[in-house]
Design a protein around this ligand. Structure first.
Ligand code: LLP
Length: 418
């Protein structure tokens, strides 16, 4: 669900006409609905209310500090994967004791920043990483709370690029090495075993892979306990899918009840790392039609947003619904909706049936709140889009549109050439 709704033929975000925001902020433009984000967070968090838990929003899905600040006010924690995300989360007011740090390639400098900030725990993804974490902690004389991220070798049945819990994926530690890792950690008093973690993939639309992974994790947890470890935090990652098109992902209540059934009686605090579910359907990308053209085979609608703004269609053949900002009657046409970038892979939709559009019309690319702006780039020297957050009848520019000056602000011409 979301609060992007037509009133009298015009698309609104909550109580503001999208067109009005575009008049002020231009295109391409990301627009987020605060009310939708809040609702998603509340629903997700509340279905776990019967168990001690902490929802750590996965910052990578949408890391705008305006969005993070909204979630901080709702009581969300954060799942981060870099020093940059740590910086953002703290700036936005997420308490460090609600932050977990995942990722296969944490640098010693990132570990140091997180240790000094006092985060809840590190989700460690290799034995070498564990060793380095121990060294950094020892140097700083700060104990490093950690969980081992197990790789349960479960197929999440999603796009191969976003599957993370299979042995062929780079993530986590193989099950058979998990216990030896905790035992090894005993050698360094600066390593504090606090939890166990797994995350098997993203945009999952069935429950069974989650439960398979959970059962394997539970078995590991029990085995670890038999060695005398008391692991308080049981982190099951994120990954619950959303509706982009015809998918029928489990409802949050279905997801939680299946999980809670498995965890009954375990003396643990459950950690959850949802990303897409919280923000995916809470954002749109608004783009303007620049030109239309046709050749012998195809009709093209050329818009001012491109793969640098939203790479999901090009990278994962992802489907995003595209609708006109002003509703149109009349015949529909089948078109490719493409951007200005010089690559044939630069498309937002292929062979898509949409109402006839003309130069200057506005289109809304739906479900663009997760993995949208955060994956954008400056390819073709395109300044990145602006971002707006709507709250009721108000809207706020939460990221200015980049300028061409911004594009070269960190570059230099060698004095030799001047
Ligand atoms: N926790 C960890 C350790 C993760 O790696 C991820 C996502 C999440 C949580 C959040 O997963 P979510 O609830 O959002 O599914 N760019 C891709 C998605 C990459 C997901 C990476 N990891 C896309 O656009 O589909």
């Amino acid at each position: 669900m979301h609060y992007f709704i037509y009133h009298a033929g015009e698309l609104y975000c909550e109580e503001v006409p999208v067109k009005k925001i575009v008049e002020k902020c231009g295109t391409p433009l990301y627009i987020y609905s605060g009310k939708t984000i809040r609702r998603h967070f509340k629903v997700f968090d509340s279905v776990f209310s019967e168990i001690e838990h902490l929802t750590c929003y996965s910052v990578k899905a949408n890391s705008n500090i305006g969005v993070l600040a909204l979630l901080a006010r709702e009581g969300s924690g954060a799942d981060i994967v870099s020093g940059g995300e740590l910086y953002r989360a703290l700036k936005a007011g997420i308490p460090p004791q609600k932050i977990v740090f995942s990722g296969v390639g944490k640098t010693p400098a990132e570990m140091e920043a997180a240790l000094k900030a006092g985060i809840l725990m590190f989700n460690v993804e290799s034995l070498e990483e564990l060793e380095v974490l121990g060294e950094v902690a020892k140097t700083l004389k700060i104990k490093a709370p950690f969980a081992i991220r197990a790789n349960p070798n479960v197929d999440p049945k999603t796009h191969p690029y976003i599957s993370t819990g299979l042995s062929k994926n780079k993530f986590g530690i193989p099950e058979e090495e998990v216990i030896p890792a905790y035992l090894k950690a005993k050698e360094n008093p600066y390593l504090l075993p606090l939890g166990l973690d797994a995350h098997i993939g993203s945009q999952l639309t069935t429950i069974s892979p989650f439960i398979d992974a959970l059962r394997r994790l539970k078995a590991l947890w029990e085995e670890i306990s038999s060695f005398g470890f008391e692991l308080k935090y049981f982190d099951i990652g994120g990954g619950l899918g959303i509706v982009y098109d015809q998918e029928e992902p489990p409802l949050p209540e279905e997801y939680s009840s299946a999980i809670l059934k498995e965890l009954k009686g375990l003396p643990i605090t459950l950690l959850l790392e949802p990303g897409r579910l919280i923000v995916g359907n809470a954002g749109i990308l608004v783009t303007k039609v620049l030109y239309t053209k046709a050749n012998r085979e195809k009709k093209f609608v050329i818009v001012d947003a491109a793969m640098n703004d939203l790479i999901r269609p090009a990278l994962y053949q992802a489907y995003h619904k595209i609708v006109p900002v002003e509703e149109k009657e009349g015949e529909e046409v089948v078109v490719d909706i493409v951007g200005p970038i010089c690559e044939s892979g630069d498309f937002l939709a292929k062979e898509r049936k949409i109402p006839q559009v003309k130069r200057g019309d506005l289109l809304a690319v739906m479900s663009a709140g997760a993995y949208g702006f955060v994956m954008s780039s400056n390819y073709n020297s395109r300044p990145r889009a602006a971002e707006v957050l709507v709250e009721g009848d108000q809207f706020f520019l939460v990221r200015q549109r980049e300028t061409v000056e911004d594009l070269i602000s960190l570059e230099a011409i060698p004095p030799l050439y001047l």
